[in-house]
Design a protein around this ligand. Structure first.
Ligand code: SF4
Length: 281
C-alpha cells in the first residue's frame, strides 16, 4: 500500500508563502496598504529610496560613527570629519546616482544631512551619553511573531537602558506623536526578550528643522499593547497570503508610492487629490 500522503492529511497549502519575519517597516507598510506590501515583500519589486531617505541614511551613518567615538571626541568638528570621510561612499551608491543631482543638488543634499546631524546637539550633549551599542540587530519572537529590527542606539542612563531611534525629518504635530512610538517600543520588547534586560525608556529624536525628542516609559502595559498589535498584523498577513487577497488602501501616501505607475487605484487617488499624476504636475 502506498504511504504517500493524501490531500486530507497533508498540511494546508497557502497560495503565497508568508515571509519568515516581520520588521516595523514591514508591519507599517502592510497597515498602510496591503497591495504595496505584496509588491514589496512578496514580489520583491524595487523600492528605491528617494532623496529624503538617502539624506537620512547619510545622517544616520555620521551619527553612528560619532557615537562610537570616545565621548570626549563627540564634537561637531569630529562629525564634520566623519561626514567628509563618508561622502565618497554616498556618491558611489547607485541609489544616490539615480537621483541625478547636479553639483548644486549634491551640495543641497549634504546640507540637509548636516542640518540633521547638527540637531543632535540641540537635543542632548553627545559627550555625556554612555552608549551600549549602535545599529544593533535585534531578533526575538514577540507574541508569537518572529520580529527583526535594527536599533539605532542603546544607551545606559542612571535608571536603566534607553532605546533611541533617529528620524531625520520634522517632528510630527502633537496629536500624531504617540503613533510614532510603537517602533521603538517594539525594539525595547525585542531587547528585553533577547537579553532579559528591559529598557526603561524608548525615544525618538526628530532631527528636522522642527527637532524634538518624543519618548515613552517602557512598561508591561505598553509592551503588551505594541506586541499584540504586531501579532494582529502578522495574522492579517497570514490571511492575505492564504487567500492571495491584498486590497489597495488609497491615501495621501499614494503620491510617494514606488508602485504608483502600476496601480490604477493609487493613480485615481493622486489625480483626485492633486489634479494630475506626479510627472505631470
Ligand atoms: S499607489 Fe497607493 S493604493 Fe496603490 S499600492 Fe501604492 S499605496 Fe497602495
Amino acid at each position: 500500500m502506498s504511504s504517500q500522503a493524501t490531500p486530507v492529511d497533508s498540511a494546508p497549502s497557502t497560495t503565497i508563502e508568508r515571509p519568515g519575519h516581520l520588521s516595523p517597516s514591514g508591519a507599517s507598510t502592510y497597515e498602510q496598504c496591503a497591495k504595496r506590501w505584496r509588491w514589496r515583500y512578496v514580489e520583491h519589486l524595487a523600492d528605491p529610496p528617494g532623496e529624503a531617505a538617502l539624506v537620512g541614511s547619510f545622517a544616520h551613518r555620521v551619527l553612528e560613527l560619532l557615537m562610537q567615538s570616545d565621548s570626549a571626541d563627540r564634537t561637531t568638528q569630529r562629525a564634520r570629519d566623519i561626514a567628509k570621510q563618508e561622502w565618497p561612499a554616498v556618491e558611489a551608491d547607485p541609489d544616490f546616482m539615480a537621483l541625478e543631482l547636479d553639483s548644486d543638488g549634491a551640495r543641497g543634499f549634504r546640507w540637509k544631512a548636516w542640518n540633521a546631524v547638527a540637531k543632535l546637539w540641540k537635543l542632548e550633549p553627545p559627550a555625556d551619553v554612555e552608549v551600549r551599542s549602535t545599529e544593533q540587530n535585534v531578533k526575538a519572537v514577540l507574541a508569537g511573531v518572529p520580529f527583526r529590527g535594527i536599533v539605532d542606539r542603546l544607551d545606559v542612563q542612571t535608571d536603566g537602558l534607553v532605546v533611541t531611534d533617529y528620524k531625520s525629518g520634522n517632528a510630527p504635530a502633537e496629536r500624531y506623536r504617540s503613533k510614532r512610538l510603537p517602533q521603538v517600543l517594539l525594539y525595547a520588547a525585542a531587547i528585553a526578550e533577547s537579553t532579559g534586560e528591559q529598557p526603561v525608556r524608548a525615544r525618538l529624536f526628530f532631527l528636522g528643522e522642527k527637532h524634538l525628542e518624543v519618548s515613552a516609559d517602557v512598561t508591561p502595559a505598553s509592551l503588551d499593547r505594541v506586541t499584540e498589535s504586531l501579532a494582529g498584523t502578522w495574522d492579517s498577513i497570514e490571511r492575505s497570503c492564504a487567500d492571495d487577497d491584498f486590497p489597495t488602501k488609497t491615501g495621501p501616501l499614494c503620491g510617494w508610492c514606488p508602485y504608483l505607475d502600476m496601480c490604477d487605484d493609487g493613480q485615481g487617488e493622486v489625480i483626485r487629490r492633486h489634479g494630475s499624476l506626479p510627472g505631470n504636475r
